[in-house]
Design a protein around this ligand. Structure first.
Ligand code: FAD
Ligand code: SF4
Length: 332
């Protein structure tokens, strides 16, 4: 890794001040825990004129569990999410996602917003400057061709964050603040399937909080992740699920995946399973649905077809685990 590039540093005391700084200087970037941004800058993947360090913003790490909604501050750390007692029940997918991300040292400073807004990844991109130069760069930064899909005109770098699928399965929305005011967006709508521009947030918007519907009675959730190294690694495929079973039938079902596309993917078509038994046939059909909808490309060291199969199996095993917790054992 190289030295950090030259930059100005600001430490605003509020998100509003941070938004004003972003609006005033298009080259400015937000810095939270820095565990995604700093390694990328040290690889020459960006040259912000100013870093707006959110570390001094007060009251950014709260968790309020209200009757209608649960609200999480954008600056809550992954380490706290992983052990937070109120997240060990219905919303445990969120704690499991946080626990699966990066290493223990990273998680002590890594924030929820930073995890949701992390960059997409590719074996041709997360490399040193000289390596990328030797390969004539690529579409995502500085080049004309995508080495993964040379015939195409878009980047397929994968979104590999562990927490976004959990939050999407739990139907989360986020509040975005800019000099123009605040807007609330379903988390799934914060992303698009373009590895070079995967966030729909404007460059001057600050993600300030995450809002979940308070979990309905009987809701069960979980997150599973396949990775090459068990100790610490990005997801080859990760799956989160939130479901309710009533009288042996599915009363609600949401599934989201990571590591397979340029955005966290909310599985489409799960509503068709509501009102039907949660049995082997349903688990098999869900696997097929995942197989059809995910589109991993050759952006990791593992083959894309393997990641497609793993994504389907992760969903099947996770749904079977949740079914067992609901008292309806099925075989995945
Ligand atoms: C060795 C290593 C392994 C890792 N493994 C994993 C892993 O397994 N799973 C995983 O999910 N991640 C992993 N990461 C990536 C990273 O650690 C996490 O994504 C972390 O949660 C990022 O949070 P942060 O606060 O450090 O973000 P930062 O690095 O500070 O910021 C990340 C991005 O988010 C933007 N941002 C930050 N806060 C806001 C905000 N409030 N509003 C809008 N934009 C904002 C920043 O501008 C930047 O673009 C790994 C990183 C390393 C170095
Ligand atoms: S998918 Fe293609 S354009 Fe995107 S980072 Fe990889 S090689 Fe570059």
């Amino acid at each position: 890794m190289e030295r950090m590039p030259e930059f100005e540093l600001s430490r605003p005391a509020s998100y509003a001040e941070a938004a004003t700084l972003l609006a005033a200087e298009p080259g400015a970037r937000l810095l939270a825990g820095g565990t995604d941004l700093v390694p990328n800058l040290r690889r020459g993947l960006g040259k912000p004129s100013r870093l707006v360090d959110l570390g001094a913003v007060q009251g950014q790490a709260g968790l309020v569990c209200g009757e209608q909604h649960w609200t999480l501050g954008a600056g809550i750390t992954l380490a706290r999410l992983a052990v937070e007692p109120r997240l060990q029940g219905a919303a445990v997918a969120l704690a499991e996602g946080a626990r699966a991300a990066a290493g223990p040292g990273h998680r002590t400073v890594a924030t929820l917003a930073g995890n949701l807004c992390q960059d997409t990844r590719c074996v041709y991109y997360n490399q040193s400057e000289w390596w990328r130069q030797a390969n004539d760069y690529c579409l995502k930064r500085g080049g004309q061709t995508c080495h993964v899909a040379p015939q195409g005109s878009r980047c397929h770098a994968a979104f590999s964050g562990d927490v976004a699928p959990a939050l999407i399965a739990l139907d989360a929305s986020v509040d975005l603040l800019s000099a123009r005011g605040t807007r609330r967006l379903p988390l799934a709508d914060c992303y698009r399937d373009d590895g070079a521009a995967h966030l729909t947030l404007a460059s001057d918007e600050v993600l300030t909080r995450i809002v979940l519907p308070a979990p309905a009675a009987g809701l069960l959730s979980g997150y599973r992740k396949a990775r090459a190294r068990g100790s610490m690694d990005f997801a080859l495929a990760g799956a989160a699920c939130a479901l309710r079973v009533q009288g042996g039938e599915l009363a609600s079902l949401r599934i989201a995946l990571t590591g397979t596309n340029s955005h966290p993917l909310l599985l489409q078509g799960t509503e068709a399973f509501v009102g039907s038994p949660l049995d082997e046939a349903a688990v098999a059909a869900l696997g097929k649905l995942v197989h059809k909808q995910v589109s991993p490309m050759r952006t990791t060291v593992m083959q894309s077809h393997y990641r497609r199969l793993v994504a389907a199996v992760q969903v099947q095993r996770l749904v079977a685990e949740l079914a067992e917790r609901a008292g309806h054992a099925v075989t995945a």
